[in-house]
Design a protein around this ligand. Structure first.
Ligand SMILES: [Fe+2]
Length: 307
């Protein structure tokens, strides 16, 4: 299927939202289990578009967890943080699960800023995640500035690199670590020994090979969980990382999702980066709930590709 094709069934439509990534699924209620045929169509649309937006949903936390489990096991979050409403649900919000809006200097509000940098969820794990699924409960009014989630397509970002840079990146691994957010925002409370033990620093290939997509290659980097690259000096690695960070943020690879209440957005962490676009946290409440589908195994780099 090409990325511009519209899929129609008796009761829903899958319609691309941009020419770089993403499709809307309109008319499908995901609060009930999907039948085998629908699950196959949605699974293929997910591979084709990398991001699906299910509009107009009405979901409890339990229904979101049940929907998410149809795509694999869910991750539990490492941090014993107040932003969590249940072990598998992460509260991406400037509001506590009890409804109280955070002061802008509250560490839970500051923590949201770590996500304003392009990243892929759970890259700090030995096995990074497959997908994130985020539900819009309270969103910004139409006339407010910011609050979108921006996505960048790492297949397109890789394809656009020069052959010389691709060859340079081929053997490299990036260091990913959860604690990096504390380096960015030292005012955040330190990571506990227990949390550090759960998610020690890991490395992943900078070029990711996708066995389920004919070994196609993409970039696999983050800017909120590290900036160091193995196999070169710290300074060289950080300079290369900064170059890549600038490269992936170019608008020709990106699409911004403007949240509507009731959106359930599912994206592929294997091939997209995303970031939260800044908004006035003192003026607006924004409540999103995220579940995360675990990856199937360590990621494949060029060394393990057949082609
Ligand atoms: Fe994220």
């Amino acid at each position: 299927m090409s990325s511009t094709e519209v899929v129609r069934s008796n009761d829903y439509v899958v319609q691309p939202v941009s020419n770089v990534l993403g499709a809307e699924v309109i008319g499908l209620d995901v609060s009930e289990p999907l039948d085998v045929g629908t699950l196959a169509v949605i699974g293929q649309a997910f591979i084709d578009h990398h991001l699906l937006v299910f509009r107009d949903q009405s979901l409890s936390d339990e229904a979101q967890v049940a929907f998410s489990k149809q795509f694999g096991q869910l991750e539990a979050f490492p941090e014993a943080d107040k932003t969590k409403s249940a072990i598998e649900i992460y509260n991406v919000a400037n509001v506590s699960p009890k409804g109280e809006q955070f002061d802008i200097n509250d560490h839970r509000a500051i923590y949201q800023k770590v996500n304003a940098r392009f990243h892929t969820d759970s890259s700090y794990r030995t096995i990074p995640s497959l997908a994130s699924i985020m539900y819009g409960i309270e969103v910004l009014p139409d006339n407010a500035q910011g609050g979108e989630t921006e996505f960048s397509n790492m297949f397109l970002a890789y394809d656009a690199l020069s052959e010389q840079i691709k060859a340079r990146l081929e053997p490299l691994h990036m260091v990913h670590y959860y604690e990096f957010g504390r380096r960015l925002y030292p005012e955040l409370p330190p990571v506990s020994i227990e949390e550090r033990r759960m998610v020690p620093p890991v490395t992943h290939p900078v070029i990711r090979v996708h066995p389920d997509r004919n070994n196609r290659r993409s970039l696999f980097i983050t800017t909120n969980a590290g900036n160091e690259i193995g196999g070169m000096t710290l300074e060289e690695g950080q300079a290369l990382h900064a170059e890549l960070a600038e490269h992936v943020a170019q608008p020709q690879f990106c699409h911004r999702h403007r949240w509507q209440r009731g959106d359930l957005v599912m994206w592929d962490n294997r091939c997209l980066l995303h970031r939260a676009i800044d908004y006035d946290m003192a003026a607006h409440r924004r409540v999103l709930r995220r579940t995360t589908v675990a990856g199937a195994g360590p990621i494949s780099g060029p060394f393990s590709a057949e082609s």
